[in-house]
Ligand binder design. Structure first.
Ligand SMILES: C[S@@+](CC[C@H](N)C(=O)[O-])C[C@H]1O[C@@H](n2cnc3c(N)ncnc32)[C@H](O)[C@@H]1O
Length: 236
């Protein structure tokens, strides 16, 4: 299997992953890092909304709504968003968002507590839905090759208010393991691309400070125990 696969049509690639149920990153319950570090993302519970980048169909969005926040998710896998809305069982209304892309859409749950943008996160700007004080990026930015990760970091820095925070969880592994013959590849990799503290600092400094808040081990990557690092990024 090609271990250096980079999908040509990334939106289609991700959509197919959801369609075929190859969603090894998805969990049915809230991610423990969000529970552990929510107070750092939203100190004193003072913020009223949170942006969830590359949200997929993450259960974390419901957990954030239960904390009283309005959730604004964005993803370009149609299947993931549709599945999330279907499982949610509530009424949703869709409308086009030309500023985000020619076929981009905004789906709003009728109670207004969740809004889902169908579109490319790289096209996000403050003109589309204002600026944010809290952004949650879980298993997201590490899916982009370095030049795109850098573009995404610039987007996030632009839409983050001064003092605003990003809770970011990303994988770290040695690229050499991709050469191992007994690697249990369930799908071509990368993505995800490994990211360490230095990489995250390169993306977000000097406009932000970057702090490593937790390292945890997951087995979702090639069925191997792999480090994931959770960072708190604060805009100066
Ligand atoms: C590994 S999944 C993680 C999903 C979610 N964060 C979670 O923890 O369940 C990566 C997600 O990033 C989305 N994605 C990748 N590149 C994107 C982009 N440029 N714009 C919007 N979504 C993107 C994919 O569609 C996919 O849902």
């Amino acid at each position: 299997m090609d271990t250096q696969y980079t999908p040509k049509d990334e939106a289609l690639y991700w959509d197919q992953e959801y369609k075929n149920g190859r969603i090894r990153w998805h969990r049915d319950q809230v991610h423990q890092i969000l529970v552990n570090h929510y107070d750092k993302l939203n100190p004193g519970g003072k913020h009223s909304r949170v942006l969830v980048t590359m949200c997929g169909m993450s259960e974390d969005m419901n957990w954030l709504v239960d904390r009283g926040l309005q959730v604004i998710g964005i993803d370009f896998a149609k299947h993931a968003l549709h599945k999330f809305m279907c499982l949610d069982g509530q009424e949703w209304t869709g409308c086009p968002v030309k500023e985000l892309g020619h076929d981009a859409k905004l789906f709003t749950r009728d109670d207004g507590k969740i809004k889902l943008f169908y579109g490319d996160v790289l096209n996000l700007s403050p003109e589309i839905d204002g600026k944010f004080d809290a952004i949650y990026d879980c298993s997201s930015i590490h899916n982009l090759p370095k030049p795109k990760a850098s573009r995404m970091a610039n987007v996030l820095k632009k839409i983050l208010n001064p003092g605003g925070r990003i809770l970011l969880d990303a994988i770290d592994y040695d690229l050499k393991i991709l050469e191992l013959e007994d690697l249990n590849l369930q799908a071509p990799v990368p993505p995800p691309y490994p990211m360490n503290l230095k990489d995250v600092k390169e993306l977000f400094e000097p406009e932000c400070t970057v702090e490593l808040v937790e390292t945890h081990i997951e087995t979702i990557f090639c069925m191997r125990e792999t480090d994931f690092n959770c960072y708190l990024i604060t805009k100066k």
